[in-house]
Design a protein around this ligand. Structure first.
Ligand code: ADP
Ligand code: MG
Length: 364
């Protein structure tokens, strides 16, 4: 067993999706082939502190498979020293939202010269940022709901003008912090009287808010798995149990339904898969991402809403389920993500060496 690959499984984290992350990590640990992989659990608590090795292992093994049963824990380390010592061969970040899905942990791995699964630094940061993502969608000719960007400074200086820009999109609008997730800080505004409060709520979570035209829509999701070329899964559908797919729907109650596969016509499947792959490429994603769409019920158009670089990964989550329906089992999915991580690392090392070579030659 000496040459098993040591997999640093990083989970938890300071986000609204802490518990989901723990449950996802448990599913990953359960699916990795124990004959080939040694799991090295690395846990981050809700305040961003890292647990020591023993605590991390006990959180992973004792937490149930439901987010509301996850063991609460408090870490004591600034950083898991096993990363700095590079005593793992590959890092699998299963963290959602800020400080994990947004390029920060990916940057840490780059600094430590450790391979890691999923999107690189830039794509992680861009997929986390709704304003940047949508600007790139537009530039790539990908359909997305119309939007306005409001900065905190603009809101302070010229509220009337900001409100007018939002109202020009026509109500209802969705007001969101640019960089968050889990629907936290998002409001659907149907009435001009509640617009200012919605903007202030969003600006309480980020310096930048995005305001989008509200689309009467079905919500369609496609799993994309990286490779050469990347592949798109059969689409799934989220049927929110609330006014929209809000935090409670995602994590607190069971009102929402996931349909996999989504009931769509064959031509619609082809179209949404094409857009998912185009979105993945446009944002520079690698490894994996879940592309989320709004299917406008007025004209049948697919609008790209966002890509999630670390989608929910529990065994019943949409991402692994859709790939399962497309013929990629959960263990195969993990194998593929790890293989891609190692291949990227080798490639990047070669590029780094190529860039340094002329300098070394001059120094000689
Ligand atoms: N422009 C829009 N039109 C209609 N519904 C929207 C729109 N934007 C967001 N929503 C609803 O809000 C939910 C959360 O928005 P989303 O942009 O996906 O944020 P998050 O990153 O938090 O998931 C979506 O799943 C959808 O139900
Ligand atoms: Mg979303």
């Amino acid at each position: 067993m000496a040459d098993r690959l040591r997999v640093g499984l990083v989970f938890g984290g300071r986000s609204g999706e802490h518990e989901v992350s723990v449950v996802s990590a448990r599913s990953v640990a359960g699916a990795l082939d124990a004959a080939r992989f040694e799991i090295v659990p690395m846990a981050i608590d809700r305040a961003g502190r890292w647990a020591d090795a023993a605590l991390a292992a006990s959180v992973l093994s004792s937490s149930g498979d439901r987010p509301d049963r996850v063991m609460r824990f408090e870490g004591s380390l600034g950083l898991d020293s096993r990363l700095v010592e590079r005593s793992v061969d590959v890092v699998v970040p299963i963290l959602h939202g800020p400080f994990g899905e947004d390029g920060t942990v990916q940057g840490l791995c780059e600094m430590l010269d450790l391979p890691y699964t999923g999107c690189g630094v830039e794509a992680s940061a861009v997929t986390m940022d709704k304003v940047l993502s949508k600007r790139i969608f537009l530039q790539a000719g990908l359909p997305t709901p119309r939007f306005e960007v409001l900065t905190a400074a603009q809101w302070e200086a010229e509220r009337i003008r900001c409100e007018a820009r939002c109202l020009a999109l026509r109500l209802p609008v969705f007001v969101k912090p640019s960089r968050l997730g889990s629907s936290v800080g998002i409001s659907k505004v149907k009435d001009v009287a509640t617009l200012a409060a919605a903007i202030e709520l969003a600006l309480g979570y980020d310096d930048v808010a995005i305001v989008e035209e509200g689309i009467p829509a079905r919500e369609i999701e496609v799993a994309v798995l990286g490779g050469d070329p990347p592949v798109a899964s059969v689409p799934g559908e989220v049927v929110p149990g609330h006014e929209f797919y809000d935090y409670a729907d995602k994590y607190l109650d069971d009102a929402c339904r996931l349909l996999a596969p989504a009931p769509l016509e064959p031509a619609q499947v082809v179209e949404v898969q094409r857009l998912a792959l185009a979105g993945f490429a446009a944002l520079g994603c690698e490894g994996m991402a879940r592309a989320d769409f709004l299917l406008d019920t007025r004209d049948g158009r697919f609008l790209l809403n966002e890509l999630n670089s670390i989608p929910g990964f529990t065994s019943i989550s949409m991402y692994p389920r859709l790939l399962g329906l497309s013929g990629v089992s959960y263990p195969e999915l993990l194998d593929r993500l790890i293989a891609l991580a190692l291949a990227r690392h080798v490639r990047r090392r070669r590029f780094a060496e190529a860039a340094l070579k002329p300098l070394f030659e001059r120094a000689r």
